[in-house]
Design a protein around this ligand. Structure first.
Ligand SMILES: [Ca+2]
Length: 253
């Protein structure tokens, strides 16, 4: 009888302790290894073993806490390292973007502007060169072509570099435009060929073979064009000529 009474008292005590502590007992391998003695000692007596059970759990929790703290410390170090690497990567990215922009201008603003007009947007394969252009509806002289462009918010096109010139001429050659001839924003002024949109004298040129054969005081071929006969390389032509050329206008940013 005394044995049953003792068992009842001890079991009641153990239940009270377990409920008071509210420790979840996970019966995994570690628990079994550390606390295997507990089960054996519970078979032999109770009060000392309840204390041992608590010590066992506390030891487990302490070890787990130590392990977690170690992992937290490691993760914090890794996070710190990654943050430093991210800062460096962001700096490198910013530098790279600046370098790319330096050689490859952003054409998105021009494209956005072009979508709100009757102009056409054309971009080179590498995305670095773009034009927003409009083809006049009818053959006119140079002054009338300038007026066509001005009326639509643009100007006769400036082809002052190799890439832009190539993009425009390739666009013409690979479309129905190849059968047309065009006025461009190039004019012979004070013995110099000058881009009308910015007043700059030509540096890059793409004259067709034998051109400019004039200007000369007699014929006054003082206006630049892209002539279909010369595969749209540059051609100087009399500014009053009205029977072939249409305006080639552009909008720039
Ligand atoms: Ca000529």
């Amino acid at each position: 009888m005394m044995g049953f009474l003792q068992l009842f008292i001890v079991l009641t005590s153990y239940t009270v302790v377990a409920k008071a502590v509210h420790i979840p007992i996970v019966k995994d391998a570690t628990f079994d290894s550390r606390c295997s003695q507990l089960l054996q000692q519970l078979a032999n007596g109770f009060k000392p073993h309840i204390q041992f059970a608590c010590e066992c759990l506390i030891t487990d929790l302490q070890q787990t806490t130590t392990d977690l703290n170690g992992q937290i410390s490691t993760l914090q170090q890794e996070a710190s390292s990654l943050t430093a690497q991210m800062v460096i990567a962001q700096q490198n990215l910013a530098t790279a973007v600046q370098q790319v922009n330096a050689v490859c201008p952003d054409t998105s603003a021009l494209q956005a502007s072009c979508s709100n007009s009757n102009y056409h947007f054309e971009q080179s394969a590498d995305g670095c060169t773009a034009i927003c252009f409009l083809i006049g509806a009818s053959s006119v002289n140079y002054a009338a072509a300038e007026a066509v462009c001005a009326a639509t918010g643009g100007a006769l096109i400036t082809l002052d570099n190799l890439k832009k010139n190539a993009l425009m001429i390739d666009t013409i050659r690979t479309s129905t435009l190849k059968d047309r001839s065009f006025w461009i924003g190039l004019k012979f002024v004070n013995n110099n060929w000058v881009w009308q949109a910015n007043g700059n004298q030509v540096t890059f040129t793409d004259w067709a073979n034998g051109e400019p054969d004039e200007p000369n005081p007699g014929l006054q071929q003082n206006c630049g064009s892209l002539n279909r006969v010369q595969q749209h390389r540059w051609f100087d032509r009399g500014c009053s000529f009205t029977t072939a050329n249409v305006a080639l206008c552009e909008i720039t940013m």
